[in-house]
Design a protein around this ligand. Structure first.
Ligand code: DC
Length: 227
């Protein structure tokens, strides 16, 4: 198989960005974590005091906002740099405030339409690994390889809690767990492009996998892609 578009979906903290990022690196493909686009719109709405419930205003913002996702210039654990109007918002989009508001924003069909269009433009050049919730089902239904990454919600909360603690966040494990459960519910039940595996996706459960195990999985995937 010689895949040039790879779609990876799954719930938050399932390991999909770890797998996607390393897969893209080994294949020398472009890597796009599409959650970043939804997070950037949410951050910008909060920053401009646009009420998250104001669908029309949030949708208008998503249509005009210029979000840049670039290769990282700083070594602080980031996989990419996210900017709006040259302001570095890479870590700001990971704040608890954005975590709480991003799923409601991603429910709006107009927001999804604007961001989906951007994703397709980026994927049109090929050689891309795109990670999200609806990449294999809606954004790139003809992707050459589709993966759906899952893990138990407790394990995902544990991982996300450690990550947030390392960055100085005071959120507790229980708060992180509650946020993930709420986001899973909103992401899976929305009518526009809900989180679900494409019928032709390969399912990978990472609940008991260490980072090293995930990297071994990536090596096996690289072999199937270049075979
Ligand atoms: O992967 P993440 O946690 O950074 O994603 C943030 C939110 O964005 C998530 O709650 C759902 C939404 N999202 C989406 O609806 N579709 C995508 N392709 C990517 C993310």
């Amino acid at each position: 198989m010689n895949s040039s578009t790879i779609a990876i979906d799954g719930p938050a903290a399932s390991g999909k960005s770890t797998i996607g990022y390393h897969l893209a690196k080994e294949l020398a493909y472009l890597y796009l974590d599409t959650g970043v686009l939804y997070r950037a719109v949410t951050w910008a709405a909060l920053n401009r005091h646009i009420p998250i419930e104001d669908e029309e205003a949030v949708t208008a913002l998503a249509s005009k906002l210029k979000i840049e996702v670039k290769s990282p210039q700083i070594e602080d654990g980031r996989q990419y740099t996210v900017q709006i109007a040259e302001q570095d918002i890479t870590w700001a989009i990971r704040s608890p405030e954005v975590n709480d508001a991003v799923s409601p924003v991603s429910v709006y069909p107009g927001v999804r339409e604007a961001l989906t269009q951007r994703m397709r433009e980026i994927a049109a050049k090929g050689q891309v690994v795109m990670v999200g919730r609806d990449i294999g089902t809606v954004v790139l239904p003809d992707a050459d390889l589709k993966l759906y990454i899952v893990a138990s919600v407790e394990e995902r909360a544990h991982r996300r809690h450690l990550e947030m603690k390392a960055r100085g966040s005071a959120s507790t494990y229980d708060e992180v767990l509650a946020n993930l459960q709420q986001r899973d519910r909103i992401d899976s039940n929305r009518s526009a492009a809900p989180l679900k595996a494409a019928e032709d996706a390969v399912i990978i459960d990472t609940t008991t996998l260490t980072i090293d195990n995930m990297l071994q999985t990536v090596d096996q995937l690289v072999e199937t892609v270049v075979a």
